[in-house]
Design a binder for this molecule. Structure first.
Ligand code: MG
Length: 338
């Protein structure tokens, strides 16, 4: 097996603001695994507050490249275990390699992953489209620019309730709100009932990621489902979130790939929790991986390619929130070899 990598800095269509700051480009790390003339691809975008820049992913891979290449690849789950032990401190890099392993596996079998997993694409939920924090005028303009059945609205800043109230006047779409850990328990208890009257479907990560005591109270009192994001990073966090959140938002990059994500979905369902997969502004490569898993989900947030001004592959299409599968083996992408 041969491995190569590439780093991209993909510009956003509009500067993207959440409660933690503003970004104008998304750095992303992409790997290519070649085996018997077939190439698989995987991606991990860097998110500053997780402290794994793309340069670190590249350096760690280069250092142990020989071990990545010498693995006798047969199935992606065994490959993930190997990678997980090879790069214990770099789940982002493991995610990119795991995803490439799954893409390769699907291509070797000649089938899209959802087919290999026995999933029915008709069961895939609609994906939302994210509106970053901005002036109300600009947020309204973004809604008008892309009519969509479900918007995810970033909140967690002063004046956020006025923002949601104003946006509601311009669309009847379903709203999801993501506070990115920006509220206190008191604020959450006060805001959530009002948000329910504004047609909000769920609340993502209202409180600080370590505020388990606050979340226990909110879990019992909230009139809307509360979904963990920053509080749910790795597999073991699913248990921790049980009885503190109504569901979890899995990010492939944070949890280290498709392999652990599938186990997290299964465990969350056993615990009767809702499951969402969210994006971290991946290009069409990482987004295709979310699409393959989407028939197992309650909610999906995979709008990365819609928020970015440049893409690096052709992947899944969108028809106003509906995911358009393309039947391409593996992840379902057309990518130029590097
Ligand atoms: Mg979130």
């Amino acid at each position: 097996m041969q491995v190569k990598h590439n780093i991209y800095k993909l510009p956003f269509l509009h500067p993207f603001t959440i409660s933690k700051g503003t970004k104008t480009e998304q750095p992303t790390f992409v790997v290519e695994l070649e085996f018997m003339g077939i190439r698989g691809y995987g991606e991990a975008p860097a998110i500053s507050y997780y402290n794994i820049p793309v340069e670190k992913m590249a350096a760690d891979l280069e250092q142990k490249k020989v071990f990545v290449e010498k693995f006798a690849f047969s199935d992606p789950e065994r490959y993930w275990h190997y990678l997980h032990h090879l790069f214990p401190a770099n789940p982002f890099l493991v995610c990119a390699l795991d995803m490439a392993g799954w893409d390769l596996y699907g291509k070797l079998k000649g089938k899209p992953l959802h087919q290999l997993w026995g999933l029915d694409t008709a069961a895939a939920p609609l994906t939302d489209y994210t509106i970053g924090i901005d002036t109300v005028e600009k947020m309204v303009a973004k809604i008008k620019e892309r009519p969509w059945p479900i918007y995810k609205i970033k909140v967690g800043v002063d004046g956020d309730m006025d923002m949601v109230t104003a946006l509601r006047k311009h669309t009847n779409a379903i709203f999801r709100v993501d506070a990115n850990a920006g509220w206190t328990l008191e604020q959450a208890l006060q805001k959530i009932p009002v948000l329910k009257t504004l047609g909000v479907e769920l609340i993502e990560q209202p409180l600080a990621k370590e505020d388990w005591e606050g979340m226990k109270i909110l879990f019992e009192q909230s009139v809307l489902p509360v979904i963990a994001d920053e509080s749910c990073v790795t597999e073991s966090d699913v248990e921790k979130c049980h009885l503190h959140f109504h569901g979890i938002n899995i990010k492939l990059t944070k949890c280290s790939g498709i392999t652990p994500a599938r186990r997290m979905i299964a465990r969350a369902k056993e615990l009767d929790m809702k499951v969402m997969i969210g994006c971290m502004n991946e290009s069409s490569v990482g987004t295709a991986a979310i699409a393959q898993l989407s028939p197992m989900l309650d909610y999906v947030d995979m709008d990365g390619p819609l928020l970015l001004a440049e893409d690096i592959a052709e992947g899944v299409g969108f028809d106003k929130g509906k995911i358009l599968f393309n039947g391409i083996p593996g992840l379902g992408i057309n990518m130029q070899a590097f």
